[in-house]
Design a protein around this ligand. Sequence first.
Ligand SMILES: *Cc1c(COP(=O)(O)O)cnc(C)c1O
Length: 373
Amino acid sequence: MRTKYRLMTPGPAPIPPEVAAAAVLPLVHEHTPVFAELFAGVARDLQHVMGTANDVLLFAASGTGALEAAIQNLFSAGDRVLVASNGFFGDRLAAMCRAYGLDVAVLHGEWGRALDVEAVAAAVAADPAIGAVACVLSETSTGAVSDVRGLESAAGPALTIVDAMSAVGACELRADEWGLDVVIGGSAKALMGPPGVAFVSVSPRAWRRHRTARLPRYYFDWTTAREAAAGDVPRTSWTPPVSLLAQLAVALRQIRAEGLPDVLRRHVLLGRGARAGLRGMGLRLLAGDEDRNAAVTAAWTPGGVDGRELARTLVVEHGIQVAGGLGALEGRIVRIGHCGHFDLYDIVTAVAGLELALDALGHPVELGSGVRE
Ligand SMILES: *Cc1c(COP(=O)(O)O)cnc(C)c1O
């Protein structure tokens, strides 16, 4: 029986052994200074990786929980929002807004391409009812990372909401400098933590909007979360996921020790390595061969090869877990996640495994052609 598996997916992503070990430490109670220090440290480190001095609120949830929370806390039924979508997660964001009764306009961008911020500006200018613009910074479904520096001016008076789930800790993110009002992330991608902690940064402007928002909310109420975090003993609104936070604290400390600029540079190198490897074995990349696409690399599966079959062969025969396509891309692409605890040897391993798996599935590859790159 195989006992060694390599996780090469964009969430959950591998966690360092020190992070795994932190899960077994004794639980601490949430009303103690020990927990308060742990909690405040995590919030502070999250501000650092997001480039913000705004409040960062934490929730026990997968990333989607914090996305849903943002909708509940910012809007009333019927509010008009623009979702700029260039992939599966952008479309999902629009679906979530619709589920809450918002009046959603979707600006469709090509999957695999960065968002067109000028088109966002035109859409907002043409429709003054739009009160918020939401988009995804790193489209995990395609690997395309957008340049959202112009989003603030494109959005004008509308709030800017960014799903930065696979971007936080992998891609440049300067929430305050770029004027992003609400930025959402999760623990289980580039931050090298276990799944289960989601977070959001909230600008003063977004807090003002929050006060007039009328959608029902309780578990994820930002006001409750802010009061709990700002109390004498800072904590989450409800029973905190103590072990997960202890693990995330260790992971964030490692990021701080490596240094955020070096962490981001490492991700650029990982992206370059993955793209070179996939191209080297003759695969066509889904997103551009650009340094900014540093979190995930996706390639079309070659003719006749089913992406699901390819991923299955990789995990069964080689113990390498990669991701397939989401939504319309299901079965048509293969995705290598490299946000978080990865180095270039992980990429080489994934590329070598892919060569062997493609070969086994009857697609001619010159073995070593990807690894060599
Ligand atoms: C992973 C991801 C999500 C969803 O996160 P969950 O942790 O699965 O809830 C949302 N958006 C993007 C861009 C993601 O990569």
